[in-house]
Design a protein around this ligand. Structure first.
Ligand code: RIB
Ligand code: CA
Length: 323
């Protein structure tokens, strides 16, 4: 994003997150990116219940010096259900090989206020924001239905859905599965009012992997924050394979990288519909790429991803946050 004289313009981003480790890594990427202002962060239940997400966000803010406003939003999906990934990610959704955020942060935690509706920080903002959504879209569905907040949203990039198999179920990616009604509302409302919607699905994120060796390199920096992030990264890598021998895909950091540098993937126009009733397929994002012949496009879907470039961005941000 450059101005006519070639100067890179500052981009304002609003983060919506369910604060697992991959969310944390994504936030650190934006915190350490040039020409990016984090306008604020809203929290939603997802990886863990909202009280746990709230505590993780408060600890991370204290640990990494986040000065932007953080508000707590939806504690359950629009239909009232509460599905979490704690069985996979651990009670705090921050499975670690050693240190946790609470071991490093000894200061008093900042109070995280409940979000107003519509979101005051958006409704009253003089400038628009780009939204990077890293969890279920419950908060966004509410704001998209309120003109006062919706009018400040310039674009939406979502780590969610999949143009291929799911992860939480065979058909559905976790963020979509937790609140498929919200995902359908956001995609439909964005198309209705002309807000660009980009989906970075599992099929894109699965191309970017981290390994135990990346954690070892981080640890070698030698600071306490490096040890913390190395333990969290190693705990994350060990999720699919406790031995830590297998690589592990990074989801939210891939979406953050593609928000920062969209040229690192091929964006394909598609009509994305979210399955709401299928017994085996609820939460599936059905991507029709034969647009406009078969349907009107309502999204751009990430395709082939430059793994080396995205990996470098993720690991550089973790190293920068370790200083
Ligand atoms: O399916 C991966 C997504 O679900 C990521 O955003 C992860 O943090 C969880 O929210
Ligand atoms: Ca997430």
């Amino acid at each position: 994003m450059s101005s006519p004289n070639g100067q890179r313009l500052r981009r304002r981003v609003w983060l919506d997150t369910d604060m697992g480790f991959d969310d944390l890594a994504a936030v650190l990427m934006l915190q350490h990116a040039a020409n990016v202002e984090i306008a604020g962060m809203s929290l939603c239940a997802g990886n863990a219940p909202l009280p746990v997400v709230r505590r993780s966000a408060a600890l991370a803010a204290a640990c990494f010096g986040w000065a932007f406003p953080i508000t707590a939003g939806a504690g359950a999906a629009l239909n009232g259900s509460s599905v979490t990934a704690q069985s996979v990610l651990g009670e705090d959704a921050m499975r670690s090989a050693g240190l946790g955020l609470g071991d490093v942060v000894k200061t008093e935690l900042a109070e995280i206020a409940d979000a107003e509706f519509p979101l005051a920080e958006l409704a009253e903002s003089a400038e628009s924001v780009e939204v990077l959504a890293l969890g279920p879209l419950t908060n966004l569905a509410r704001w998209m239905q309120a003109p006062a907040s919706r009018q400040r949203i310039a674009s939406i990039t979502w780590m969610g859905g999949s143009a291929g198999p799911g992860n939480h179920t065979a058909a559905a990616e976790f963020n979509a599965f937790v609140d498929p009604e919200a995902a359908q509302i956001v995609i439909a409302e964005a198309a209705k009012v002309g807000i660009p919607f980009k989906m970075v699905g599992l099929d894109a994120c699965r191309q970017v992997r981290v390994r135990a060796a990346d954690a070892a390199n981080l640890r070698a920096i030698g600071t306490q924050k490096a040890a913390l992030l190395a333990d969290l990264l190693l705990g994350y890598v060990r999720i699919p394979d406790p031995s830590g021998q297998s690589p592990m895909s990074v989801y939210d950091p891939t979406a953050a990288a593609l928000w920062l540098q969209p040229e690192l993937t091929t964006w394909r126009p598609a009509c994305v519909d979210v399955e709401l009733v299928g017994h085996h397929t609820r939460g599936m994002t059905v991507c029709e790429f034969r647009v406009p012949r078969k349907a009107q496009a309502n999204a751009e879907v990430a395709g082939a991803v430059d793994e080396a470039a995205v990996r470098a961005m993720v690991l550089a941000a973790l190293a920068a946050a370790s200083s």
